[in-house]
Ligand binder design. Structure first.
Ligand code: PLP
Length: 379
């Protein structure tokens, strides 16, 4: 069997690019010629319906997640929301509480108005999911690890509950990547990614994708939404995301190693109250994370000793870390998460989320350490 790292570079088997090109060529054409008999010889007719670079990304991501098909979207949000758009008013969904705030926000502000019944539950406790599924539950949607709290949900246990009710289990795998976690192998039915993050990996292309374990009626609905609502990614962004896949294992392993080192150092820092990283033995999710994942990723959070004021002061004092949202690129980022999530946030005011990039780990440590000290000296 091919090692996963090789699969990230080559996909499944030989690529059939024109001209014998080794690197994937980009096809920008929005329209494709018919043959004299009226058929489309290459299977493409119009850019919103399909494009060679989009197909390539969908095919490669499906293979990496162990699925049978993928549908790429213009953003992670468009991908995640297509799951809910494919349901009917009156349907019920169970969604984990610490989900990406944009998804939670859209469910509460748009989908409830539209008639979807939404139960937000703490999915780290499987019993909560069991207590909320009901006969009309169509989808259970989880994100694990979640952010910014870095909570871990048990995909296998939740999939059994979902299956017993005929509901689909969908897992947002953006933080774990297909390298470190395979939700479909644990029993999920679909996987969602914001490819904007680790997949593209360079903070320069927005995108999202859904991968399915089987070609069900629900999948046909997702495919149909992709084409008719038209929130599709450009060929260039698909090309960038596919290009990112080749280096994903090298980037993500390096970033994750640095992240755990920094988390372990932060635990011992007097100006830090708590570090939220599933790789720490002190984490309540450590055992489950190690069982379910083969690596832990490079996003984690820490609570600054003090209040929101002290936390914002620390973020204000970094020199190498960039004060910006997102994760997965070469540049390390730091963010006062409650500020971007807005007044409805449940995120602690003294929480800072970091996304570790590809800089030297000791340079990163010097920067966080000086920021923690500068902030407390200025108090
Ligand atoms: C960023 C993110 C999204 C949304 O993706 P966009 O590309 O920003 O639309 C969804 N889920 C998770 C876990 C994310 O980090």
């Amino acid at each position: 069997m091919t090692h996963p790292d090789t699969k990230f570079v080559h996909g499944e088997g030989e690529s059939a690019y024109h001209y014998g090109a080794v690197a994937e060529p980009m096809v920008l054409s929005t329209t494709f010629r018919r043959s004299s008999d009226g058929t489309f010889p290459y299977g493409f007719d119009y850019g919103r319906e399909g494009n060679p670079n989009r197909s390539e990304l969908e095919r490669r991501m499906a293979a990496l997640e162990g699925g049978v098909d993928g549908a790429a979207f213009a953003s992670g949000m468009a991908a995640a929301l297509a799951i809910f758009q494919s349901l009917k008013p009156g349907d019920h969904v169970v969604v984990s509480e610490d989900i990406y705030f944009g998804v939670r926000d859209a469910l509460v502000s748009h989908f409830r108005v539209w008639g979807l019944n939404v139960s937000l539950v703490d999915a780290t406790n499987v019993q909560n999911v069991a207590d909320h599924v009901q006969q009309n539950t169509r989808v259970v949607f989880i994100e694990t690890p979640s952010n910014p709290m870095l909570q871990i949900a048990d995909i296998g246990a939740i999939s059994q509950i979902a299956r017993a009710y005929g509901a689909l289990l969908v897992c947002d795998n953006s933080l774990a990547t297909p390298l470190f976690q395979q939700p479909l192998a644990h029993g999920a039915d679909m996987v969602v990614h914001s490819t904007t993050k680790y997949v593209n990996g360079h903070h320069d292309a927005q995108g999202g994708i859904i991968i399915t374990r089987e070609k069900s009626d629900h999948w046909a609905a997702v495919r149909s939404l992709q084409k008719s609502f038209g929130a599709v990614p450009s060929p260039f962004n698909c090309w960038l995301a596919s290009r990112g896949l080749a280096t994903l294992p090298v980037r993500v392993r390096h970033q994750s190693t640095s992240a755990l080192i920094l988390a372990q150092r932060l635990v011992k820092h007097p100006n830090v109250q708590e570090v939220l990283h599933p790789g720490l033995e002190s984490s309540p999710y450590n055992e489950l994370a190690l069982r379910q994942m083969s690596g832990l990723g490079s996003v984690f959070s820490f609570l600054v000793r003090g209040t929101e004021t002290e936390a914002i002061r620390v973020a204000g004092a970094v020199r190498l870390f960039q004060r910006a949202t997102s994760f997965g690129g070469p540049e390390s980022l730091i963010e006062h998460r409650a500020s971007i999530e807005g007044p409805a946030t449940k995120t602690p005011g003294n929480l800072l989320r970091v996304a570790i990039g590809l800089e030297d780990v000791d340079d990163l440590w010097s920067d966080i350490a000086q920021a923690l000290e500068a902030a407390s000296a200025g108090a």
